[in-house]
Design a protein around this ligand. Structure first.
Ligand code: MN
Ligand code: MN
Length: 310
């Protein structure tokens, strides 16, 4: 009896899980498209130019079309495509897709990502050696497909988060950031509350004090510690998906990436209904379709999904 009751509850929760998984992936792409406009600007410059930046209008230092995304979303999609093609964890497939992406002349590519992909191209290297300078946010920004693919399995998340990161970035702080982002997405997809989400950041700070984010000082650089402090600050001082993303992208700096990471977590936390329709409409259509398709298919392949979904 108890068992059939819990099965019924579980069946009811399935649409919510898929909804939140899609919202997380869409949140990533929306944060990227929205934040690209203010990337590398200061909060003061943003205020002069836009008062408050809140529309997906493209432009920025990359001269984007409205709704166009950058490397954050593109690398995530490349990674996700590899997993869906193999229907399994496939580091070489991911590296091949990163290489194909680099050759497609992307609108932007980070220096550390480029180095890692070139080392794969020339040496077949799937794990870049430890490097003190690898604490950028380039591995953390592409955690979305890994989080969905490992849904329901924390150990797999830990392993794969590191393996995908080490294709280009090998640093303890980058590893820790990748893992906490994955965990925050996992918990949010299963409907955790704000307190439980905050608990994960406390565990991170207990292990690495440098991630402390009370008394936020407004640094939003691409150093992964600055990036996560910015994301956490706005995640926990705002009450909606929209407010969180607007806060993050108006902080400038690496705004497309802080936007992308905040978008993943806030998307999963607040769900699809909370994503403003005007942002969804503006997002590049092909990107939106692939993002939604990947989200559902990755959840179906996950440990959580393969036992529950057709
Ligand atoms: Mn970018
Ligand atoms: Mn960026």
């Amino acid at each position: 009896m108890g068992n059939s009751e819990s099965l019924k509850n579980e069946a009811k929760s399935q649409p919510h899980v898929l909804n939140r998984a899609r919202a997380a992936y869409l949140g990533l792409a929306i944060g990227d498209a929205l934040g690209a406009t203010t990337e590398f600007m200061t909060p003061g410059e943003i205020k002069v130019a836009y008062k408050v930046h809140r529309k997906i209008i493209g432009g920025g230092w990359l001269y984007l079309k409205p709704g166009q995304v950058t490397d954050d979303t593109e690398m995530s999609l490349a990674l996700g495509r590899a997993l869906l093609a193999s229907e399994a964890w496939d580091r070489k497939g991911i590296a091949d897709n990163f290489l194909a992406w680099m050759r497609s002349q992307p609108v932007d590519i980070g220096a550390t990502c480029r180095r890692g992909i070139r080392d794969y191209m020339f040496k077949g290297q799937l794990e870049t050696p430890y490097n003190d300078w690898d604490a950028g946010n380039g591995a953390a920004m592409r955690m979305m497909p890994v989080a969905l693919f490992t849904l329901g399995h924390d150990e797999l998340l830990s392993r794969y988060a590191k393996e995908q990161a080490h294709l280009t970035h090998n640093h303890v702080l980058s590893d820790a950031a990748c893992l906490v982002i994955g965990r925050m997405v996992h918990r949010s997809i299963f409907g955790c509350n704000r307190f439980e989400l905050h608990e994960l950041t406390r565990e991170l700070v207990a292990e690495y004090h440098t991630f402390r984010f009370n008394n936020y000082r407004g640094n939003a650089s691409s150093y992964v510690v600055d990036t996560l402090q910015t994301v956490f600050h706005y995640l926990f001082t705002t009450g909606s998906f929209e407010e969180c993303l607007i806060g993050v992208v108006n902080q400038g700096g690496d705004a497309d990436t802080t936007g992308a990471i905040a978008g993943m977590i806030a998307g999963a936390f607040y769900g699809l209904e909370e994503i403003p329709a005007r942002w969804l409409k503006k997002l590049n259509r092909e990107v939106r379709e692939e993002v939604e398709a990947q989200a559902s298919r990755l959840v179906k392949l996950s440990p959580w999904g393969c036992s529950r979904l057709e």
